[in-house]
Design a protein around this ligand. Structure first.
Ligand code: AMP
Ligand code: MG
Length: 318
């Protein structure tokens, strides 16, 4: 029997019983559990095979709940929350004592956001506790952007995927931490850095090994298909260098004519970066199923969501 269901009350019952449920968000599907249940949180880590040093994001129904999670909110964090929530922006702030260390991997900070998905907002409003929800995929594999992706990964391991359709944004949230009350980007993601800078001014990116493994999304190899993957700004040449191989190609807006290409995905014919981001992981899932020798991806323009797409593609090549 399928584990996919649209029944929110069934998800509520399972979560109240300390079980875990996969839930839709606008970024990717999450594997969710009650942040105060040691049983549920341990089960999230075990199901994903996620190392315990990787902290989880806490999901709340409204900015009004932020005070229940964190101790202190810098002025710029308040501005960002008011501007982007509900939405794909995660804030890392000083945690309240009541937030279990299992969630934060022993740190005194906690990552928190309000997801922008109607089903999951309804679910969160029906619960008396926030949900911890890392992406619903085995550690370091491609993130799931449809309920079916989650089912393929976990059908024998979890009882339910709350089906909310395909994720609209399609890559993980942008993570912002604070040092001396000033915001710093810890992970590029579905909220473009330029949009954040409009609100808080120029912002530094520490999206590298500098703070890894503080944020697992920063590990060098992540979001990775099983098939060897390359990222290039000269796709024609790289395709020509692999003529003896079964090649899969991911391009931004135009198709490449080459007889050796077995499968090709154009992410946005109209050149829309948001559309490209929403389709990126599904393209990787599809190509990874095709017994190709190699996946060759084209570099995206280095601004807006193009920067976030390049970040994910680069990690997929490691
Ligand atoms: P995922 O939910 O799988 O997309 O991963 C959650 C992201 O949030 C990871 O990159 C975490 O390391 C990051 N994160 C969660 N809590 C913290 C924290 N206290 N400090 C820094 N990063 C965090
Ligand atoms: Mg993840």
């Amino acid at each position: 029997m399928s584990i996919l269901s649209k029944d929110i009350s069934k998800a509520v019952a399972l979560l109240n019983a300390e079980e875990i449920v996969a839930i839709p968000t606008e970024t990717v599907y999450g594997l969710a559990g009650n942040i105060y249940s040691e049983k549920a949180i341990t089960s999230i880590f075990e199901t994903k095979q996620r190392p315990f040093f990787n902290p989880l994001i806490v999901h709340i129904p409204s900015v009004d709940n932020l005070g229940e999670i964190v101790d202190y909110i810098p002025e710029k964090a308040k501005l960002l929350a008011e501007t982007f929530w509900p939405g794909p922006l995660t804030l890392v702030l000083k945690k309240k004592n009541t937030i279990p260390l299992l969630i934060t991997a022993g740190k005194d900070t906690v990552a928190v956001r309000v997801p922008n998905h109607p089903t999951t907002l309804k679910l969160l409003r029906q619960l008396d506790f926030p949900l911890a929800a890392p992406s619903a995929n085995p550690f370091s594999s491609i993130s799931p952007t449809t309920a079916e992706h989650v089912e393929t990964y976990f059908k024998d391991k979890i009882k339910m995927v709350l089906d909310g359709g395909a994720c609209a944004s399609g890559i993980e949230s942008t993570i912002v931490g604070f040092e001396n009350d000033e915001p710093i980007i810890y992970r590029l993601g579905s909220t473009a850095i330029e949009d954040i800078e409009v609100i808080v001014g120029k912002i530094e990116i520490k999206n590298s090994k500098e703070i890894a493994p503080d944020a697992p999304g920063m590990l060098e190899r992540h979001y990775a298909p099983k098939t060897k993957t390359l990222l290039t700004d000269n796709i024609i040449n790289v395709v020509n260098e692999h003529m003896d191989k079964r090649i899969g190609v991911i391009t931004y807006r135009s198709k490449i004519e080459n007889a050796n290409i077995k499968e090709q995905v154009v992410l946005s014919k109209s050149g829309d970066l948001a559309e490209s981001a929403s389709k990126l992981y599904d393209a990787l899932h599809q190509l990874d199923k095709m017994q190709l020798d190699i996946i060759i991806a084209e570099k995206f323009p280095d601004f807006g969501l193009g920067k976030s797409i390049n970040d994910r593609l680069l990690r997929a090549t490691k």
